[in-house]
Design a binder for this molecule. Structure first.
Ligand SMILES: *[C@@H]1O[C@H](CO)[C@@H](O)[C@H](O)[C@H]1NC(C)=O
Ligand SMILES: *[C@@H]1O[C@H](CO)[C@@H](O)[C@H](O)[C@H]1NC(C)=O
Length: 248
């Protein structure tokens, strides 16, 4: 009897730690800009990946993580349900595809920024020494949360982890102030990582994307930036609209 229940609880423990896409919630934490966040090696290494990004982008990436974590922490049910390490890695790395550093390893010549970000972040996780903790479900959530972030409105029926990656990214849209983020933490994050340059920086990056790889911008949120600001940029003929309404 004793033996059997020991075996049974072992089996239970094994099941708990192997549930696809679900990982221990009791991870080490630290406090950054007033927000309690996961402090594991992979989360530290993700922060190192972006630390030399242009300042607006570095701050934007950190704010999405911290504002998202602050909102999740404020809701016990959510905090117990969301994979906070996955949330950290995906939010911190979500804009690898915006890295304007010359010869950036994250930028492809022809793919959308969301795809560069999603492929870059999953590659980072797969190459990490702790990759064994990341099963295909977890990796796919990183991919989905990042790849969907340039197409607002698609997140509704997704799992909680992907929804919260997307929601956290939207928290840093210029002028947004989601009431789910507690006031004290909103203030401490914005004081430490001011968002005054987010509009200018995003504009500059999207103009750069439209100029350097227009093929990756047609039919996307970047397209109007090319149309408005990049000499010679012409989406006409590349849009789904043009397939349906070919030029006569
Ligand atoms: C906390 O999160 C859960 C799950 O998303 C939600 O149903 C609930 O309304 C939230 N509670 C508050 C107080 O926002
Ligand atoms: C966006 O970039 C274009 C081209 O450089 C510039 O003319 C425009 O003023 C910029 N807008 C913002 C909000 O920075």
């Amino acid at each position: 009897m004793k033996f059997l229940s020991a075996v049974a609880s072992l089996a239970l423990a094994a099941t708990a730690s192997c549930t696809p896409g679900h990982y221990p919630t009791r991870l080490p934490t630290t406090t950054l800009y007033g927000v309690e966040v996961v402090d594991t090696q992979i989360v530290r290494d993700a922060q190192n990946v972006i630390k030399n990004f242009t300042p607006y982008l570095h701050k934007h990436s950190l704010r999405t993580w911290l504002l998202g974590a602050a909102a999740i922490n404020a809701n016990k049910t959510l905090k117990a349900s969301v994979d906070m390490e996955l949330h950290a890695v995906a939010t911190i790395l979500h804009d690898l595809g915006w890295d304007m550093t010359p010869n950036s390893p994250w930028i492809s010549p022809d793919m959308r920024f969301e795809v560069d970000g999603a492929l870059g972040a999953t590659k980072f996780v797969k190459n990490h020494k702790d990759a064994k903790n990341w099963d295909p479900v977890r990796l796919e959530k990183v991919y989905d949360g990042i790849v969907m972030h340039g197409s607002p409105g698609l997140q509704v029926g997704k799992n909680l982890d992907v929804q919260w990656i997307l929601k956290s990214i939207s928290f840093d849209n210029p002028g947004s102030r989601d009431p789910a983020i507690p006031e004290a933490q909103y203030k401490s994050v914005l004081a430490g990582l001011p968002a005054d340059d987010i509009g200018f920086g995003t504009n500059e990056t999207w103009v750069w994307l439209a100029a350097t790889k227009p093929i990756a911008t047609y039919n996307t949120i970047v397209e109007p930036f090319g149309t408005a600001f990049v000499p010679g940029y012409n989406a006409v003929g590349h849009r789904i609209f043009d397939l349906i309404n070919p030029a006569k």
